[in-house]
Design a protein around this ligand. Structure first.
Ligand SMILES: *Cc1c(COP(=O)(O)O)cnc(C)c1O
Length: 385
């Protein structure tokens, strides 16, 4: 067993997908976003997602599609335009192609590739990243594709904001409708607008027949939560309701009851336990000075393991207790302040148990998906059922 491992629970992945499928039957197709090596979980999770009810998958690039295909023959959408030099590869991978730009589309059609590619049109309703931002172009693109060997299977956009008491969500949804007014959306099987948080926090947009999701499949219910009961929170609540009325915002759901189980945990072991006397320094730059006598555990984890070097109150769990990191995080070691209950052979949990992904990511100054990706990609993974 390596010193440090990331453990991925496949039955959690399966039950997360099944719970989402059961709660959102109004979508014909759930699209599992598995870019970034399935958010660091590895493409070995794809079958579990499929077993739970995910019908289609999305990766970022042809390279990711190669990795994906080692594990699954499921329908696969590429989220980034595929270089025309790689169309043969894309055909071999049965990759569904995105198209969000006329120049690219004309060149794609001019290639007249013999493989009858399925196409998803990308609409830019406010993100200003990929996609068409002009209604006429979308009509033209459809017309061009209709007389091409390719087939339009989907159309989608991506929300720039979660739209929780933020009028920009509604503006993007409305903009998508405007941009697609001139075409028959019913003729396109897969219309997908948003990601996990849009799914949880909002009603299904009328036109949508499918939805994409990443984080929630891996076990994180990212529904916005209600405020607590304090005075400040009641004021926040009033402010939200005022905004909702003033800007006629669509309904937003909080505290959505959807039981999801995080699939990823990260463990390590203790290299050495040692006593430090008050006034002694610990680690690089002698950055930490022991305020009193203490016992520390040295762990074989550092930024080399993808945890970053920042420490905004990072904790690890040993037994049932949480212990704080002391001193700077090195390339492959760090120290935690422990108590007498800790034994040399104790297992140390860096993520999982009492350490939520939110705590982990905050302590590392990372986003949630970023944290999963970095630790998943930089440690040996073991899969359990
Ligand atoms: C990453 C991504 C998603 C998934 O987002 P989550 O917030 O993890 O649900 C959906 N759509 C696109 C286009 C993405 O790039």
């Amino acid at each position: 067993m390596p010193d440090t491992v990331v453990e991925i629970n496949l039955s959690h992945i399966r039950s997360n997908a099944a719970a989402i499928a059961a709660r959102y039957p109004m979508y014909d197709c759930l699209i599992g976003v598995v870019k970034g090596d399935a958010y660091g979980h590895g493409y070995a999770v794809v079958q579990a997602m499929r077993d739970g009810g995910v019908g289609m998958f999305a990766v970022s690039s042809v390279d990711e599609a190669h990795d994906f295909r080692r594990y699954s023959d499921a329908p696969l959408l590429c989220l980034q335009p595929v270089s025309l030099d790689r169309l043969d590869e894309a055909a071999e991978l049965s990759l569904t192609l995105p198209v969000g730009d006329m120049t690219y589309l004309r060149a794609l059609i001019a290639r007249a590739h013999p493989y009858p590619f399925a196409i998803h049109l990308q609409v830019d309703a406010g993100f200003n990243r990929l996609g068409f931002k002009d209604a006429c172009e979308i009509e033209q693109a459809l017309a061009l594709l209709r007389s091409s060997p390719y087939r339009v299977e989907g159309i989608y956009q991506h929300f720039a904001t979660a739209g929780v008491f933020d009028p920009y969500y509604d503006r993007q949804a409305a903009r998508f409708s405007e941009l697609t007014e001139g075409i028959d959306l019913h003729a396109i099987p897969l219309v997908h607008l948003g990601s996990g948080v849009a799914l949880l926090a909002h009603d299904k947009p009328d036109a949508a027949t499918a939805t994409r999701m990443g984080l929630i499949l891996y076990g994180y219910n990212i529904t916005p939560t209600s405020y607590g009961g304090g005075v400040k929170d009641r004021l926040r609540d009033l402010r939200d309701r005022y905004y909702q009325k003033k800007y006629r915002l669509s309904a937003t759901y909080r505290d959505v009851e959807l039981v999801l189980h995080p699939a990823m945990r990260m463990y390590t072991r203790i290299l050495q336990l040692k006593n430090v006397t008050a006034g002694e320094h610990i680690g690089y730059n002698a950055a930490y000075t022991a305020p009193k006598d203490m016992r520390i555990a040295v762990l074989p984890v550092g930024y080399c393991n993808g945890i970053g070097h920042e420490d905004h109150g990072r904790m690890v769990q040993i037994g049932d207790n949480l212990y704080p990191v002391v001193g700077e995080i090195g390339m492959n070691m760090l120290c935690v302040k422990v108590d007498d209950s800790v034994m040399p052979d104790d297992r140390v949990t860096l993520l999982g148990g009492r350490i939520t992904l939110g705590m982990f990511a905050r302590a590392a100054g990372m986003g949630l998906a970023e944290a999963l990706l970095l630790i998943g990609k930089n440690n040996p993974r073991v899969y359990v059922n």
